[in-house]
Design a binder for this molecule. Structure first.
Ligand code: SAH
Length: 493
């Protein structure tokens, strides 16, 4: 299996930058072992004008069959199929194996990350991609339908004859694929990652439910509006109806969220003028949201509680990411919830979006059965609004009763207050803050909570981490270590 990626350049913007973008040095030939064989990356040409990277995958067909059997998926069970398992086209044709190899070899490039040249990673490059032997069910015509809508100016798919000496035998099921156009490298790679196995139409591994997530991640920015998205989704998921439906629904949500974006801005501005009372400067609130979103994604959460959701800024950010399939905002303040509902345009939301979100008035110091069983709960700048003697009640309601797998708690770091120029000495940041903790006080409390309820806790700084006084906001990430129902309190209950 073989794939080449070429680009052109100038002395100021040399083509060899491709090496940085792929995180593979043009002067070296490198070898990687992947799940199904060995992948080689090398550069047949590397000058300032033209640079080509080649990915060659040597598949071990015996290991492939063994792996297949080991997982119990019974590939070709009949005895006469046994030989076909070993003698087949897998080693020679580009297919899902090449996709898997790409995730091993070009992981950072697929994510669009490039530490050395971050700005170039975000730019479109003149690209030429060639796959000499691509198995393509649906032939050249389908190849065009799949790649033409994606920004390539030249899509060439030429059927490879079965045997050049005997043209009357007709064509094989392979095409030689050439793509040319100005695209971001990450976008091009993510398209290939999805569309190579789609064209091959025979995934070599069992399709697990997390394939839907992988598809949506790789499809970001292009799949939701692709005219062939049904075919792509269905083939990528090996025609598993349930998974395909799930993926199609999520793509629909992506489109809804995208078309919502513009309108949402204006609500944001309107609300902020009159009612935003949380601490300034605003960028810190944004950083906090980003840190929370990142931690939720890292925890793999999809059903999320925002406890003390206030005016719904985090809810709004959660709604924009379709991985969060169920979002519940709870706050004791009806006024805050009304503003949140306005911000989210709850009354004008489509049925599907509205089905993802619930706002609920409630006090966090009381247990609530409806809050059980979620993946994660967020308490963003909430605990400091409670009188200290009420904190154990909140602790029990969240960590003892609701018991989500992950809990994120953020609170101001009082040590940092000396760095706020506008804050008079000895004052808290917000009129309603009942206390503000040092880093040590927060760690102390969080450590005890974790110990009492069967969680592990880690700490993440939010905002600039000052060498003397620490970061402006501190975040604790609690992860459940004991299964629900096994703490002493729960057994007693
Ligand atoms: N999470 C939001 C809002 C923080 S302000 C953000 O990060 O911006 C704190 C919020 O907690 C307020 O909206 C307040 O109404 C709510 N709150 C305070 N005590 C509460 C309690 N006991 N039960 C529920 N909500 C509470």
């Amino acid at each position: 299996m073989f794939l080449t990626i070429s680009t052109t350049g100038t002395p100021e913007r040399p083509a060899t930058d491709l090496g940085y973008l792929l995180h593979k040095h043009p002067d070296k030939a490198q070898t990687f072992s992947t799940a199904h064989g060995t992948a080689h990356v090398f550069y047949p040409e590397a000058t300032a004008e033209r640079c080509t990277a080649a990915l060659l995958l040597e598949v071990d067909p015996v290991a492939l069959v063994r792996r297949g059997k080991g997982k119990g998926k019974g590939r070709g069970g009949a005895p006469d199929a046994a030989l076909a398992q070993y003698v087949n086209d897998r080693p020679y044709a580009a297919s899902s194996l090449l996709s898997v190899a790409m995730t091993t070899v070009f992981k950072s490039a697929l994510n669009g990350a490039c530490r050395a040249l971050p700005e170039r990673a975000g730019e479109a490059l003149p690209l030429r991609i060639e796959v000499p032997a691509l198995p393509a069910r649906g032939g050249a015509e389908l190849v065009h339908r799949l790649f033409a809508p994606l920004g390539w100016t030249h899509v060439e798919a030429v059927a490879v004859p079965l045997d050049e000496r005997f043209p009357e035998w007709g064509d094989s099921r392979y095409v030689r694929l050439v793509l040319e156009g100005e695209l971001r490298l990450a976008d091009a790679l993510r398209q290939l990652y999805v569309l190579l196995p789609v064209l091959d139409d025979a995934k070599h591994y069992w399709v697990a439910p997390d394939e839907v997530d992988k598809l949506l991640r790789a499809g970001e920015g292009w799949l939701a509006r692709h005219p062939e998205q049904r075919l792509i989704t269905s083939r990528y998921l090996s025609r598993r109806g349930g998974l395909t439906r799930q993926a199609m629904e999520r793509l629909e949500l992506v489109r809804l969220a995208e078309s919502d974006d513009l309108e949402v801005e204006s609500v944001d501005n309107a609300v902020d003028e009159t009612t935003d009372t949380e601490e300034k400067p605003v960028p810190l609130a944004e950083r906090r949201r980003d840190a929370i979103l990142e931690a939720l994604r890292a925890a793999g959460a999809s059903r999320v509680l925002d406890l003390g959701c206030g005016q719904g800024q985090l809810l709004q950010a959660l709604l924009k990411d379709v991985r969060f399939t169920e979002i519940v905002g709870v706050d004791v303040s009806m006024r805050a919830l009304t503003v949140a509902a306005r911000r989210l345009k709850l009354d004008r939301m489509g049925e599907q979006q509205a089905g993802r979100i619930t706002l609920r008035q409630g006090a966090l110091t009381y247990t609530d059965k409806r809050l059980k069983g979620y993946d994660a709960a967020v308490l963003s700048e909430v605990i400091e609004h409670l009188d200290l003697p009420r904190l154990p009640a909140l602790e029990y309601a969240v960590f003892g009763s609701a018991r989500p797998r992950t809990v994120l708690v953020t609170t101001p770091n009082v040590e940092y207050n000396v760095r706020w120029e506008t804050l008079p000495a000895g004052h808290v940041r917000h009129g309603d803050h009942r206390f503000e903790w040092t880093r040590e006080e927060f760690r102390d409390w969080a450590g005890q909570v974790a110990g009492r309820h069967g969680y592990a806790v880690a700490f993440v700084p939010v905002g600039p981490d000052d060498p003397e006084v620490g970061p402006p906001t501190q975040m604790a990430v609690f992860t459940m270590t004991t299964a629900p129902g096994t703490t002493k309190e729960e057994k007693a209950a």
